[in-house]
Design a protein around this ligand. Structure first.
Ligand SMILES: *[C@@H]1O[C@H](CO)[C@@H](O)[C@H](O)[C@H]1NC(C)=O
Ligand SMILES: *[C@@H]1O[C@H](CO)[C@@H](O)[C@H](O)[C@H]1NC(C)=O
Ligand SMILES: *[C@@H]1O[C@H](CO)[C@@H](O)[C@H](O)[C@H]1NC(C)=O
Ligand SMILES: *[C@@H]1O[C@H](CO)[C@@H](O)[C@H](O)[C@H]1NC(C)=O
Ligand SMILES: *[C@@H]1O[C@H](CO)[C@@H](O)[C@H](O)[C@H]1NC(C)=O
Ligand SMILES: *[C@@H]1O[C@H](CO)[C@@H](O)[C@H](O)[C@H]1NC(C)=O
Length: 243
């Protein structure tokens, strides 16, 4: 049994060795930049350790070159970025215009001096779409005596967002931070309003719905009706034209 265990340990060490070697601090560092889609971004090492280099290459992921340069020329590769980038050949900064969600990646800048070791900087770019406008939908309502049971929903298709619900007494507990809020209104315990806030690292939107006890909708942002009408009207218009 013991020898079997030792074999496993050795195998593990062998597997971990490359991780340990590449993980040495200072050898390769990474920074993270978060931006909204449609904005411009400048990828640039915040560290001065890249001074005095003469050759450089920017990579999109580990194997796709975006641009490389030396003292004599700058060469832009044929990538999806070709018409959206500009290199500052003095600092090595890479400007990317009109960034898209699909531009999210780990960018690598590799620089070297003549006859010198290469140095590398990793920049992780995370691009998020701004949170869209939305309205709270009342999915289901059930009135039992003076009590009212409801499911309120503010679901949007983007899976990378966070949901937060607020009522009279502030933010609901974390475990209720989902797209659907199950509420119970009793004569003793009710909230006059519910706010759903949807956020991601670049933006945040909210909508509020108001109630009169036990189960009467007092006020919502009203857009619900328009949305429903559009959904019904759009498919019927071509049908009307055809008949
Ligand atoms: C991005 O840069 C371009 C060119 O410099 C400029 O016209 C545009 O307004 C910038 N966009 C944003 C969102 O700053
Ligand atoms: C860059 O070069 C200058 C002079 O050529 C030198 O003084 C400086 O120490 C160098 N910087 C680095 C980080 O090597
Ligand atoms: C570097 O940039 C400067 C100013 O933008 C430009 O004049 C020069 O030609 C560029 N050098 C190369 C090798 O492209
Ligand atoms: C709300 O949704 C939950 C889970 O989907 C369901 O069990 C519950 O019956 C719903 N409440 C009402 C009032 O429909
Ligand atoms: C009132 O409702 C909230 C959320 O539905 C719940 O967390 C709280 O415990 C309730 N309070 C009482 C006194 O029932
Ligand atoms: C909801 O959004 C408005 C602006 O649209 C903001 O003033 C308000 O503070 C937000 N409320 C919450 C609870 O986040």
């Amino acid at each position: 049994m013991f020898s079997r265990r030792w074999e496993w340990c050795s195998v593990l060490q062998l597997l971990l060795l490359p991780l340990l070697v590449t993980g040495i601090p200072g050898h390769s560092e990474s920074e993270t930049i978060t931006r909204a889609s449609g904005s411009n971004v400048t990828l640039q090492s915040s560290k001065k350790l890249l001074d005095n280099f003469t050759h450089g290459t920017w990579f999109y992921t580990t194997n796709q070159k975006i641009v490389e340069w030396d003292p004599k020329e700058v060469n832009y590769f044929n990538t999806k970025f070709k018409h959206r980038i500009r290199l500052d050949n003095q600092s090595g900064a890479l400007h990317i215009y009109n960034i898209q969600k699909s531009d999210s990646s780990t960018y690598i800048l590799r620089v070297s001096e003549e006859d010198e070791d290469e140095r590398e900087v990793k920049i992780i770019l995370k691009v998020f779409d701004p949170v869209p406008e939305f309205v709270i939908q009342i999915e289901t309502t059930k009135e039992v005596g003076d009590n009212c049971y409801m499911n309120l929903s503010c679901r949007i298709p983007d899976p990378s967002v966070d949901y937060t619900w607020y009522g009279d007494s502030g933010s609901f507990p974390k475990e209720l931070h989902r797209s659907v809020l199950e509420v119970t209104l009793t004569p003793q315990n009710q909230s006059k309003f519910y706010t759903c806030q949807i956020s991601n690292p670049v933006s945040s939107k909210n909508d509020t719905i108001y109630f009169l006890p036990p189960c009467t909708l007092a006020r919502s942002s009203g857009v619900t009706c328009i949305v429903i009408w559009l959904v019904i009207l759009v498919p019927t218009i071509p049908v009307l034209l055809l008949t």
